[in-house]
Design a protein around this ligand. Structure first.
Ligand code: PLP
Length: 406
């Protein structure tokens, strides 16, 4: 393996600082990842030299902006191995992507008696939009049960599949437990009964190369900021034929072909789903993040991240008083736990005092917290720039937390 974590860390300026007098150990990557110099520079360069609105100006800057913006779309197409660049819709993040599908596809296609399936471990972003659309259409939202270890119960899932099921929306990786879901199997079972599928890839895309054609998902949503890119930009991938059949989710400029008070006709893909001025710098920043990731052998990144997470899991299993929440075998990026006799928020605050950044709480996944009967957890989440040394720092800091709290 030719992965040099120190070299990677050197690319991320924010990591090299002290927090509360201690070297920063950033373990909140599930919430958002840090940005490499190349991304920061690309955004700064865009605003310094090229800034202009896209698709409409009759001048050089606008041409440059448009070229960079559309070239970013092509970068995303290649990154996901989508067939057509018009299958790549810019959004502001995973949340917007899922809402787009739920409202655009769901409002037109769901009716009373229909069912939408999500798993019990979904982020609220993959529950609430469906719940809202089900309320409007009379369809029912059903939760696929999760086993004690934190895996989707595939047997129960298969038993739930019936003619009534029209849509299955599933997380690729759980942000609360770290479980990697067998999405390919879930998708093909859904397709067998004629249901459509969406994969919430928010926690997956940074970890390994995702191939939407190989997955055969109908939609795939993710956020740039969890992939070393900027906030406020994300992508919804959708199969072209389905997107063509869907009506726009939001109206405004750019998404139209002609407008009159009698009737408005819509633009072609992907613009039909991109009303208003887009996040141009965000798209350029995200494409730069993808290009940055592509400078590595993605298998090396996976091997490195598995090594760090495996080490963290081993240390966790040996750590007195630590209770892991979620014990799925196939997992990525996340260690969710509780320390006996303490509250997650107190643990998080005391870790921060030692420079260790984690997230505490329900991780926008209240139903799975309820499943485990816990109000929340402490979550350490890892990215490519984390190392075994960061894991050691976490556990050394936990020793001090325990001394203080217990
Ligand atoms: N889905 C999952 C699994 C997530 O982890 C998150 C964010 O934490 C989201 C959806 C929502 O992402 P965003 O807030 O970027 O839209």
């Amino acid at each position: 393996m030719s992965f040099d974590v120190e070299k990677v860390r050197a690319d991320f300026p924010i990591l090299h600082q002290e927090i509360n007098g201690k070297p920063l150990v950033y373990l909140d990557n599930g919430a958002t990842t840090q940005k490499p110099e190349a991304v920061i520079e690309a955004i700064s360069h865009y605003y310094r030299y090229d800034n202009s609105n896209v698709h409409r100006g009759a001048h050089t800057l606008s041409d440059r902006s448009t070229a960079a913006f559309e070239s970013a779309r092509e970068t995303v197409r290649q990154f996901l191995n989508a067939q057509f660049s018009e299958e790549v819709i810019w959004t502001k993040g995973t949340t917007e992507g899922i809402n787009l599908v739920a409202f655009s596809w769901g409002l037109s296609n769901l009716k009373p008696g229909d069912q939408v399936l999500v798993s019990e471990m979904e982020h609220h972003a993959n529950i609430v939009p469906w719940q809202m659309v089900c309320e409007k259409t009379g369809a029912q939202l059903q939760a696929i049960p999760v086993t004690e270890d934190g895996d989707v119960d595939l047997e129960k899932y298969r038993a739930m599949l019936s003619d009534a099921v029209k849509f299955v929306s599933i997380g690729h990786v759980s942000n609360a437990l770290g479980t990697v879901n067998p999405v390919r199997e879930i998708i093909s079972a859904a397709h067998e009964i004629g249901a459509l599928t969406l994969v919430d890839g928010a926690q997956a895309v940074a970890h390994w190369a995702v191939d939407v054609q190989e997955l055969d998902c109908d939609f795939y949503a993710f956020s740039g900021h969890k992939l070393y890119g900027p906030t406020g930009i994300g992508v919804l991938y959708g199969k072209r034929a389905l997107l063509n059949d869907m009506t726009p989710f939001m109206g405004g400029g750019e998404m139209i072909e002609t407008v009159s008070f009698a009737k408005t006709t819509y633009n072609k893909l992907p613009y039909k789903f991109e009303p208003g001025t887009p996040n141009i710098a965000g798209a350029i920043g995200l494409a730069t993040a993808m290009n940055y990731l592509n400078t590595f052998d993605r298998d090396d990144v996976v091997a490195h991240e598995n090594d760090v997470l495996g080490y963290a899991l081993k240390r966790a299993s040996e750590y007195e008083g630590l209770r892991l929440v979620g014990r799925a075998k196939h997992r990525a990026g996340v260690l969710s736990f509780l320390i006996d006799g303490t509250h997650p928020h107190d643990v998080g605050t005391l870790l921060d005092q030692q420079g260790v950044a984690v997230r505490t709480g329900n991780h926008c996944a209240m139903p799975i917290m309820e499943h485990y009967g816990v109000p929340g957890t402490v979550r350490a989440s890892f990215a490519m720039y984390n190392s075994r040394a960061d894991v050691d720092a976490l556990f050394a800091a936990l020793d001090k937390v325990k001394m203080f709290l217990l």
